[in-house]
Design a protein around this ligand. Structure first.
Ligand code: GDP
Ligand code: MG
Length: 376
């Protein structure tokens, strides 16, 4: 017998919220055949002990422990895949989502044939977004506008993390899901072959009582990444676009330093180009580590050794760069064209080799598998 509804709760360091969330579910879902699936990414705050106890005491509670990985979207997907229910509701485990909406969600999806997904929304009439910080407000509104302009899913709150979906609807898109980042709802809606029929239920987003939000600035990046992936992913990998953008910022810095050193301070062209190359290399490593390879980000000693390795590899590119630039300059090509062509020659080498060596080979060898947690 399949349960009526399975509530999937992704958790990371929510130790104090786990028991209260189960009691609230018991209250609101009385009369339903429900289960709660907690998907915890190996939290180190004692969540595991609490979840084990809850799962042992209460047959409605299940606990899926993931190790070596982080990521809200993939946690939700795996939680749904582990369940035999016909309706899945994805809900945060931090008590910010209003669980009293769950019976209505289950009612709509079990009785109404023409609804695929029910979304609890913070923006529709009657809904509110509680006590978010101003930056979070701004990011959320910006992302929503972006989504409305480019993707037009007709979701009034595309960043909502509280929704319910029928099993057969999920089945239609499960192989296409990016499964990355935080915005699982948008991922599902954009991966379905046809526009899903959506019903929205407004609610008030509650303030957090215990624990901390894991999503703030990063939420914007992940969200933009998902939108870019859906827009261009088919023919141009987003990582390549990011590498290109970081490279452009490096080129800008390169020309700025070159201009200052050569024109303003009257240094020799060869020396100026070398200095510009070194600074651009450091800046490129830093930003690639934050943005382009954020899923494999190097930290602590791995960051320092990785930076050294990156510079070593890039110095081969840099030698080619400086030689080419110096040669062009000697042919009376303007300083800024010589500098830019040199930097481009170096960039091709850097991308090809450093990607493979620094963020793949070195990381696999140096960073212990426990620390090598990637956001998926
Ligand atoms: N399994 C898992 N859950 C996560 C991860 N990051 C956040 N969560 C959970 O996802 C839910 C929403 O996260 P939260 O930080 O409260 O986001 P906010 O409400 O948007 O500030 C909470 O239940 C978190 O514990 C993660 O990497 N893995
Ligand atoms: Mg929250």
């Amino acid at each position: 017998m399949a349960r009526d509804i399975s509530v999937i709760l992704p958790t990371y360091r929510e130790c104090e919220n786990l028991e209260p969330v189960v009691s609230r579910l018991e209250k609101v879902l009385e009369g339903w055949d429900w289960e709660a699936v907690f998907v915890d990414d190996d939290s180190d705050d004692g969540s595991r002990e609490v979840l084990l106890r809850l799962a042992r005491q209460n047959p409605r509670v299940r606990f899926l422990r993931r190790v070596g990985r982080r990521g809200l979207a993939s946690a939700c997907i795996e939680g749904m895949c582990s369940s035999a229910a016909n309706i899945f509701a994805v809900m945060d485990a931090d008590l910010q989502h209003d669980e009293s909406l769950l019976p209505e969600m289950a009612r709509i999806l079990s009785r109404e044939k023409d609804v695929d997904i029910v979304v609890a929304t913070r923006y529709a009439a009657g809904g509110s977004i509680g006590d978010w910080s101003r930056s979070r407000h701004f990011v959320s509104r910006f992302a929503t506008k972006l989504e409305k302009k480019f993707l037009r899913t007709e979701l009034s709150d595309p960043m909502s993390g509280f929704f319910a979906i029928k099993r057969e609807v999920l089945d239609k898109c499960i192989h296409k899901l990016a499964g990355k980042g935080f915005k699982i709802l948008l991922d599902i809606v954009l991966s379905l072959p046809e526009r899903p029929r959506i019903r929205e239920l407004p609610y008030t987003f509650r303030p957090r009582l215990h624990g901390q939000s894991k999503l703030d600035f990063i939420v914007a990046l992940e969200y933009l990444y998902l939108i870019a992936d859906k827009l261009f992913g088919g023919f141009l990998p987003v990582r390549f676009i990011l590498y290109g953008l970081v490279g452009l910022s490096g080129l800008f810095l390169h020309l700025l330093v070159l201009g200052l050193a050569y024109r303003e301070f009257g240094l020799d062209f060869f020396l100026s180009q070398s200095l510009a190359t070194l600074l651009a290399m450091i800046s490129n490593f830093f930003f690639n580590n934050i943005f382009t390879f954020r899923n494999q980000r190097l930290k602590g000693s791995a960051f320092l050794i990785g930076a050294f390795l990156y510079m070593l590899i890039c110095s081969v590119g840099a030698i080619a760069n400086i030689q080419v630039a110096d040669y062009l300059f000697s042919l009376k090509v303007p300083w800024w064209v010589s500098g830019a062509v040199g930097a481009l020659v170096g960039a091709v080498w850097n991308y090809a080799v450093s990607t493979q060596i620094v963020w793949t080979w070195f990381r696999d060898k140096f960073v212990s598998s426990k620390k090598r947690i990637s956001l998926s």
